[in-house]
Design a protein. Structure first.
Length: 108
């Protein structure tokens, strides 16, 4: 593997967690706006509104993606191992803490 290949892979793995957070953040807030515009909070499903269910599903997929990333990355003390894992933990924490208030509070 050449230096360019290794550095590109290292950078991509290190930024994977924050990228998952960014995608999930955009999806949840996009669904929030769409749901408010289309009156999804008034559409009741079994125990949740369609609006809340859509945002919960996007949030859950993001959390699952971060968890799968962390499970897939190897553990170790070398920088080429711990920096991507740190990025995965940053993504997981950011996905949970920045979107939790949107999911649990009343919408629109």
């Amino acid at each position: 593997m050449t230096w360019a290949d290794w550095s590109t892979r290292f950078l991509a793995l290190s930024l994977a967690g924050p990228m998952i957070w960014a995608i999930t953040f955009s999806a949840v807030y996009g669904l929030h706006g769409i749901g408010c515009a289309l009156a999804w909070p008034e559409v009741d499903l079994a125990f949740l509104s369609l609006h809340r269910l859509a945002m919960l599903a996007a949030w859950g997929v993001g959390l699952l993606a971060c968890g799968l990333l962390l499970a897939w990355l190897p553990a170790g003390a070398r920088m080429r191992v711990w920096l991507p894992r740190a990025g995965g933990w940053v993504g997981l924490g950011a996905t949970f803490f920045t979107l939790f208030p949107v999911i649990v509070t009343t919408s629109c």
